[in-house]
Write a new protein. Structure first.
Length: 410
């Protein structure tokens, strides 16, 4: 942890208005929950913070992507740079175990951001800045009335907003570029998974579909709760074309919320300002299955296609079991996932594509045998040998819904 202590004057806040020459009455801002690096005020404040604090430490400013400054009443300040420990209290959307990695798509909500190795007293002042994606967020509190619980919630809110803003910035960029490239576009489509658009793009081509649509080619996973929030966000302002947000059919809570917004017998939801949504319908060969993601539109044989260059394939959750070893010396537990000789039939209708830590999926001999959803989708998109004769007939169900939405009058 990069930790520095410097002498500091008792700063009470930042000037919040633009004083006229000679003005002695000014307005001071003592607390701000969130200032984005896209706002002009951010550049002004971060320059002043650098002058007063960051320039006094032996750490290159251009290498700083995160900092926490705690100002004490004794005229000192503790500065923590980049790699100090942070913990978050979050709500997840699946069962998890201790030590398991968590991804953005697993998080429904962020409640608190904490610093377990940093002591913050009630009469301290706090400045915090962090970066998510290409955007910074700045927080400060000079009231000298710190309530730790409230502080952690406010910083959790900053983290949540920065994370969501990353999705919005990326989608806005894609939307503008795609419409500039193709001015005849009727619909811009945003999918839940980062690979879903690849399957839909290939299916559109194979089905000789003439719908004038463009896809958000986002390259990171977004959770279904994030897509739902994006529906709400984009429904607040007008758009030049219809926007459709497509969900998997694998989360009962999300399905219930979407169903509640569905009117009459429609297979989609109508938001405001040209925004629509729907969850993918069940393919004809998966009517009894409970967790439908885009990969379920293929047959099991197609999904199990082995990549000739790697010998790997997609694996369903009912085809593996977790096995682990625990060191009697260190107590460290190491898990691996071993492919079963026969799938668990009792889990057939509940199965999902197992896509976490695919490098840990092995056969009985310890050979790595699984590839990711991303590899699978890329193989289909590029028509790699063995992946170039898939049947896309079931995808017509998705495009029929898109077509119905396109035909709606604005």
């Amino acid at each position: 942890m990069q930790h520095f202590q410097i002498k500091s004057k008792n700063i009470v806040g930042f000037i919040d208005n633009l004083p006229k020459p000679g003005d002695k009455m000014v307005r001071i801002c003592q607390k701000k929950l969130f200032i984005s690096s896209e706002e002009p005020m951010f550049q002004i404040l971060i320059t002043e913070i650098s002058k007063v604090f960051l320039n006094k430490i032996t750490f290159p400013i251009d290498r700083i992507y995160k900092f926490l400054i705690v100002l004490h009443q004794n005229g000192t300040a503790d500065l923590f740079i980049n790699d100090f420990k942070e913990t978050m209290d979050v709500e997840v959307n699946r069962s998890v175990k201790k030590g398991e990695p968590i991804y953005d798509k697993d998080i429904n909500d962020i409640f608190e951001l904490q610093f377990p190795d940093v002591e913050i007293k009630s009469n301290d002042a706090v400045i915090y800045c962090t970066k998510i994606g290409w955007k910074f967020g700045l927080y400060f509190n000079f009231t000298r009335k710190i309530d730790l619980g409230e502080l952690y919630k406010e910083l959790g809110g900053l983290t949540k907003k920065l994370s969501f803003d990353r999705y919005i910035s990326s989608t806005n960029y894609e939307l503008i570029n795609k419409l500039n490239e193709n001015k005849d576009t009727d619909v811009f489509i945003v999918t839940e998974g980062k690979t879903d658009w690849k399957h839909l793009e290939k299916a559109k081509s194979k089905l000789n579909n003439n719908l004038r649509i463009e896809f958000d080619n986002y390259q990171d996973d977004r959770g279904d709760i994030d897509i739902l929030k994006m529906c709400e966000y984009y429904a607040r302002t007008s758009h030049p074309v219809k926007m459709i947000f497509i969900f998997d059919q694998d989360n009962p809570d999300i399905i219930k919320r979407l169903d509640e917004k569905t009117t009459n017998d429609a297979k989609y939801q109508v938001w405001d300002n040209n925004v629509f949504s729907f969850y993918i319908p069940k393919p004809s060969h998966r009517e009894k299955y409970k967790n439908i993601s885009i990969e379920f539109y293929y047959t099991d044989d197609e999904t199990h296609t082995i990549d000739p260059s790697t010998g790997k394939q997609l694996i369903f959750s009912n085809e593996i079991e977790e096995r682990g070893t625990k060191s009697l010396t260190t107590g460290k537990y190491e898990a691996k996932f071993v492919k079963l000789n026969k799938p668990k039939d009792e889990e057939e209708l509940d199965k999902k594509i197992y896509c976490k830590d695919v490098e840990k999926i092995v056969d009985e001999s310890g050979n790595s045998i699984a590839h990711s959803k991303d590899v699978f989708a890329n193989n289909i998109l590029t028509e790699k040998e063995g992946f170039n004769n898939f049947n896309f007939t079931e995808f017509k169900r998705i495009f029929d819904i898109i077509g119905d939405i396109i035909e709606l009058k604005n």
